[in-house]
Every structure is written in C-alpha cells, then in structure tokens.
Ligand binder design. Structure first.
Ligand code: BES
Ligand code: ZN
Length: 521
C-alpha cells in the first residue's frame, strides 16, 4: 500500500480526546492492529479491560476470510486514547479506527450484533431486495436534472460555517440551516417530512428527510452523509474547519438527489430517507444512535448508502467501492447500477481497514450498507480535517460529486420502486428452437403471495416446463404444458419468496414468444 506524502490526517481518537476530560474512563471498540498499539503504549489499561472479541467486516461469507478483523471492546482513559492515537498515526501510518460506546453494555451489544450468528438473525429481519435493475424509464430522464452547479452551491454554503463541529454553535446552526433548506426543497409535498434527530449528549442535531412510500412504507432505503466537520488540531467555537470535501460534498450530493426527486414528483413505493448525521468525526456517534434506534424499533431498512467525500478526484478510477464494513451483494448491485446508468465511469475498489464512516454503524446493526468513495484510500483528499479542506482545493467545481449524486439517484429509485405488493413484472423472450432443442430462462425472483404465469405463442410445436427453485427437465417440473401447437400456459402459486425457472423445448422446430409475469421480490 502506498501512502500519501502529506501527513495522514485522522479525526478519530484525537477528536475524542478533546471532548473528554483527563482521567475519564470511556469505552471504545477497535481492531487488532490498533489494539496491538494500545497494548504496547498502555499495557495495564488493556490487560484489565478487554471484555470481548468478535469479528466484524464484510458481512458476506465470500470475503470474510480476507476482510475479517478481530474487534475488541476496551475501557481506556483519555490519556491512553491520546497515546494510542499518536501511535496509530506514527507506527501504523493509518487512521484510528475505533468506535466510541457510551456504556459497556452498548459496546457489548454492538460487538454481539457484529458477530456471525447474530448477524444472520438481523439480516433475516431486513428484506433482501431483488437488485433487479428495471427503472430505466424513470431514472434516465432524471439523471440529466442532477446538476453539478447545485451541488457546488451547497458545498459553498455548508463550508462557509466557521466549522460544523458537533459541539459548537456553528455546528448547531449548520444543522438548522440544512433543515430549512431541505424543507424548502420538499416544496410542501404532503408525503415528505424533514426533521431533526436530537442526540442527548451533544448539541448538534442530525437532519432527516423522508419521502413516504406509497405501497411499502415500512421498507426503508437510506442515503446518508455526515454533517459535522473537524480540525484535527482541536476544534473550538472559532476554529476553521470548512470540511468542504469531508463531508459537505457527500451532504451536497445527497441534497441534490433529494431536490431532483422532490421536484420531479417521483413517488417511491418504499420509503426513502436522506440523512445528514451529526458527530461522525468523533466516532460515528450520530449514525450509531440513529442506526441503533432503527434496529431497536425493528425497522426494515433494505439498503443503506453512505456518501462521505465525493469531490476530490485523486485516483485514476471514478468511483471506488469500499469492500470492508459493507455488504458484498449490495456492492455488486451498486457496481451494476454504475455500469447501467453511467457506463463511461471507471469503477475501482479499496478498503478503509477499519470502520471509517457511518456505513459501519448500519453494518454493525446487521443492515446492508455500501460506501462508494472518491478515490483509493491512499490517494484521497490530503486536506481533510484541516482549515484547507476547501471547495477551492477541489478545483471549485463539483464535477466529481456529480457522478456520485447520479449513481445515488439510480440507487434510490431502483430500490425505492420495488417491494412487496409491487405490480407484476412482465418479461418477454423471442426466439426459435430446432426439433428436440431446449432453452432455459430464469431464475425469476418471485415474491410470496403472488402467482407466476408463463405463456407462449409461436409456430411449430413448442412445449413449456416450469419449476420452483431448480431448473426443470422434461421429467422434473412443477408445471408442464405440451399441446401439439406453440400455444402453452403454466401458472404456479408462489407461497414463499424464491426462484422460478422456465424451460422451452422444440417438440418440432418452431419459433416462440415467451411471456412471464410474476410478483417481484
Ligand atoms: N471521511 C472520513 C473517512 C475517510 C478518510 C475515508 C479518508 C477514507 C479516506 C471520516 O470523516 C473520518 O474522518 N473518519 C475517521 C474515523 C471515525 C471513526 C472517527 C478517520 O478516518 O479517522
Ligand atoms: Zn473526517
């Protein structure tokens, strides 16, 4: 791994140390490498206080062997945190990667939810979407309405606050301003609400805009970024911390998605939520409270996308999909969205190596989260967490962020347009078959409660076979239709979510037009 020649800047532990008083005991969870540093620099603290270990990281089994890292819950005091922060910077040459927990109980709960068995349970509680991309008619015309100039304007306005620190007056005012801005963008629509989420332990509020789903309001899609900023040297009332890239750019990108959808009159089937989290820079604290409140209330969050730093093009590829603390199935879907809607863009992958932004808060609660990022980790914006994280230092243009806003719009519409009770999907396939030739179709991802219908017309004698959860053969099928013409029909009741497969066979040579209709997952 190559590192940027400038000093590595991290909010993490430094930021927290400025918030605590010397001698205070605090709970943090941290990865193996950071724990090793803590052990070295504060051995007594660690020996006495490691309470649990677990495995977090990529939620899928496919990557867990390489991405998994032990996570440990440790009680330390403020002095140890400061030493750890320094050591991680100077010896590991990377950022802290810890998560703050207000109490030991909450730290343990987070670790347990991050562990394998508990994760499977929580994942089962959230609906796994079909990830079918079929909203071109809605998405394509909206993409051209997403404008870099609007994103740039929001970055300028947010970064004009002296700082947006979670404990300063300016940080509070920036939250109030964003709430007003989103309220005016909502344009009085009765299906849109804009609210602030108050956090008990600090002044800055998170901001949440909600477009209520028409058919499946209980299924929720979240697009988030963080509202707060920080100056790593210590942030007071008047310290300059513009945070133009980190993360006015992410909030401005998602604001433009919200503006475009609200202005277009688009009505999602699922509920869409836009979130600007408070207190990310001090240990993902705002998103942690919000994600936990969703999990506690059993909210069916079907997908989360995090936009944190979108406007500095430091690498050759355009959008980097971060593979750790994210969901690999959803990451594949996001990759396919980019290929479908923004085919000129180059896609890369990288990892933070620790829970570096708010997506990790949702992952810890068992939800599917992704983080598309502006660059490779070691080529990302070198100015973050300083007074130099300005719009000017991203070229005073939001062209890079524009790509992320367009991708995020496609994400919100594609996930927002599905869900239980969605209209039946109809797909048609045309072709020809030789005598005794077979052709397979599917799997079609069907939702419980509907029916799956397949029918053919054509020339010659075509036979139709349909089966649930496995490809049919002429001898193994749930439905067969084999009249002496090409006109065939099959219908299956679907009692559980699953896959349906179709096979056609030319009893004689012929042509076919196959039409399937089903309730999608
Ligand atoms: N936007 C950064 C995360 C980031 C920075 C990702 C550089 C990739 C490259 C985020 O705001 C941040 O500063 N996170 C902290 C950790 C967090 C747990 C406080 C960090 O990286 O030190
Ligand atoms: Zn940051």
């Amino acid at each position: 791994m190559r590192f940027h020649p400038l000093a590595i800047v991290c909010a993490g532990l430094l930021a927290f140390s400025s918030a605590a008083h010397a001698g205070d005991k605090v709970w943090i969870s941290l990865g193996d490498a950071a724990l090793a540093q803590l052990q070295k620099h504060a051995p007594t603290a660690v020996a006495a206080s490691v309470r649990a270990s677990s495995t977090a990281g990529d939620r899928s089994t496919a990557h867990s062997a390489t991405d998994a890292e032990g996570v440990h819950l440790v009680q330390v005091d403020e002095d140890d945190l400061a030493r750890l922060s320094e050591a991680v910077h100077t010896e590991l040459r990377r950022c802290g990667g810890y998560m703050y927990h207000p109490t030991q109980a909450e730290g343990l709960a987070t670790l347990q939810r991050a562990s394998g068995a508990a994760r499977r349970l929580t994942v089962a509680a959230a609906t796994r979407p079909s990830y079918v991309i079929d909203q071109q008619a809605v998405v394509t015309p909206l993409l051209s309405q997403v404008q870099a100039s609007h994103i740039g304007q929001t970055i300028v306005e947010l970064s004009s606050y002296v700082n947006r620190h979670y404990q300063t007056t300016a940080g509070v005012n920036a939250s109030d301003w964003l709430k007003q801005r989103w309220t005016s963008l909502a344009g009085g629509r009765s299906d849109i609400t804009v609210e602030q989420f108050s956090h008990p332990n600090w002044r800055q509020k998170s901001v949440i805009a909600t477009i209520r789903g028409t058919d499946n309001p209980n299924e929720v899609v979240v697009l988030g970024g963080h509202l707060d900023s920080i100056n790593q040297a210590g942030t007071g009332e008047t310290t300059r911390a513009p945070g133009a890239d980190d993360d006015a750019s992410g909030v401005a990108s998602l604001t433009e998605v919200f503006r475009t959808l609200a202005a277009s009159g688009y009505k999602p089937r699922r509920t869409l939520k836009f979130m600007a989290y408070a207190a990310e820079e001090v240990g993902l604290r705002g998103s942690q409270e919000i994600a936990r409140s969703h999990a506690t209330a059993g909210v069916n969050v079907v997908g989360v996308m995090q936009l944190d730093m979108t406007n500095y093009k430091g690498s050759v590829d355009d959008i980097y999909i971060y593979t750790d603390y994210t969901d690999s199935q959803q990451n594949s879907f996001v990759t396919n969205l980019i290929r479908t809607y923004l085919p000129a863009l180059r896609i890369g992958t990288d990892r933070c190596g620790y829970g570096c932004s708010d997506h990790a808060s949702w992952t810890a609660q068992g939800y599917a989260a992704s983080m598309p990022f502006e660059a490779a980790m070691d080529e990302s914006n070198p100015h973050i967490h300083t007074a130099n994280d300005t719009y000017a230092n991203t070229g005073s243009t939001a062209e890079h962020s524009l790509k992320f806003a367009r991708m995020a719009l496609a994400y919100m519409v594609e996930l927002g347009s599905d869900g239980a009770g969605a209209a039946d999907r109809v797909e048609t396939f045309n072709g020809s078959l030789a005598r005794n030739q077979t052709r397979s179709f599917g799997p079609f991802k069907v939702a419980a409660g509907g029916s799956f219908k397949a029918s053919t017309t054509g020339t010659g004698d075509i036979d139709l076979y349909v089966q649930r959860n496995a490809a049919p053969t002429t001898s193994r099928h749930d439905c067969k239709s084999d009249s002496s013409t090409a006109v065939e029909n099959c219908s299956l009741d679907i009692r559980a979510n699953g896959d349906v497969y179709v096979m056609l066979r030319g009893y004689t040579a012929g042509t076919y037009s196959l039409s399937v209709s089903y309730r999608p997952q």
